[in-house]
Design a protein around this ligand. Structure first.
Ligand code: TYD
Ligand code: ZN
Length: 405
């Protein structure tokens, strides 16, 4: 049992992944043995329903200045952010001198679109090397963590923001009360604080257990976000389900009483009740499916190895840390993983220590099988690597269950 970080209620454990590394800590082979591990246990709050981890990894360990993740690595994601930026330029950022703040701007995939439109903006992100890419493109960035003091400082120098936006970041922040306090200090009266994150409903429905890793301290649902927003003086006024990352939700919040909630909020609350997202039994079942997927993946790889087949991994994702470490999969079963991120190449996967090579290594020669760790980019990657299948190669997927395509 643990205490809820949001409401202080009782958090009941539903899965223990044991010892896990920092999911984005892609270290050089020479640093093997110096990794930091922690215990990854997840549970749900019996009071506000927020799904959360029991143990917190310090933010400096998770997001060092050389944090290797780059948001711009996927064409689909670039288009996703362009579209949402274009929408806000027509809706929220239309006043005489609008101000846009982005929490976790990374390499400026979205910030750059706002900047190109000539709108005043500020990206906040502790990943110095990633934000340097955004700054080199002409975007204004503040290198640091977003919390109440950061927001108060930005408000003092820039004035209020009409839109605070954040993608795949708010759920990473255990001390979320300070984030909302910051939004409260920085937001214009009628402004909105919007964040999109992996959606719990999809994770449970499709057994996307690898979405559970250090950075995803919380797994949001409409119900838990609504309760959280209210607790911190905000209303949840709109939700939009998004196809990215296997299923995400965009939550729009505003100061209490400022905006009328759309029917989508009520509709999704009803859907979640139907799915049983607040019921303990749902998580017991989810846990059993996690065990089954891991057992099946491991035995498939052991069998392929025994039969003399060659296997590679594709996509050195953060998600894959949970899979390889929980299933006990290392270089003896998957000798290397390909990834297009230059910052990850030549390094090894966290904990499981599988060497990471550039995508060119994939066809040199093609392996018989490839485990698609970046399954959320399946369409994009399978199209890019269509020669692999033409040459007789087979993809291995482990969600929603273990299957070969
Ligand atoms: P991502 O989807 O962001 O997942 P996570 O949040 O779990 O890290 O990561 C995708 C990874 O896959 C990233 O390291 C880049 C890599 N990748 C390729 O190697 N080739 C591709 O075509 C795409 C789209 C991604
Ligand atoms: Zn709670």
């Amino acid at each position: 049992m643990s205490k809820c970080r949001i409401c202080g209620g009782e958090v009941r454990e539903f899965f223990d992944f044991g010892r896990q590394p920092i999911s984005d800590a892609f270290i050089r082979p020479s640093a093997i043995g110096t990794e930091h591990f922690y215990r990854l246990v997840v549970g749900f709050c019996t009071s506000c329903t927020m799904v959360q981890q029991f143990e917190e990894v310090s933010r400096d360990r998770m997001f060092p200045t050389d944090y290797p993740y780059r948001s711009s690595g996927s064409a689909v994601m670039r288009e996703h952010f362009e579209q949402i930026a274009e929408r806000y330029l027509k809706t929220e950022l239309t006043g005489p001198d609008p101000f846009y703040v982005e929490v976790g701007c990374n390499d400026g995939i979205m910030l750059g679109v706002i900047q190109a439109a000539g709108v005043r903006h500020m990206g906040v992100d502790p990943a110095e090397e990633a934000t340097a890419v955004a700054a080199a493109g002409g975007s204004r960035v503040h290198v640091g963590f977003f919390e109440e003091s950061t927001a108060v400082g930005i408000r003092a120098s820039e004035g209020p923001a009409q839109l605070i936006f954040s993608a795949n970041t708010i759920s990473h922040i255990a001390y979320i009360d300070s984030v909302f306090a910051g939004a409260g200090a920085l937001l214009d009266e009628g402004g909105i604080f919007v964040f999109e994150d992996r959606y719990l409903g999809d994770i449970v429905e499709h057994t996307y257990f690898d979405q559970i890793y250090d950075e995803h301290f919380y797994l949001f649902s409409v119900r838990s976000v609504q309760a959280m927003a209210q607790r911190f003086g905000f209303d949840l006024v709109d939700v939009e389900h998004l196809p990215v990352h296997g299923g995400a939700m965009r939550y729009t919040t505003a100061r209490a009483g400022e905006r009328t909630p759309t029917p989508a909020v009520t509709e999704w609350l009803a859907k979640e009740r139907e799915q049983g997202l607040a019921d303990e039994a749902t998580y017991k079942d989810f846990g059993a499916r996690i065990e089954a997927n891991c057992d099946n993946l491991k035995s498939l790889l052991v069998r392929l190895e025994a039969e003399g087949h060659t296997v590679a991994g594709y996509g050195a994702t953060s998600k894959s840390a949970t899979v390889t470490n929980y299933c006990g999969i290392g270089p003896e079963l998957i000798p290397f993983v390909c990834d297009s991120t230059a910052e990850k190449q030549g390094r090894v996967t966290p904990g499981s220590r599988i060497p990471i090579r550039p995508p060119a290594a994939f066809s040199d020669p093609y392996p018989d099988y490839a485990v698609l760790f970046a399954w959320n980019h399946a369409e994009e990657i399978m199209a890019k690597e269509r020669e692999f299948r033409a040459a007789g190669g087979k993809w291995i997927l482990y969600v929603p269950d273990v299957h070969i395509v």
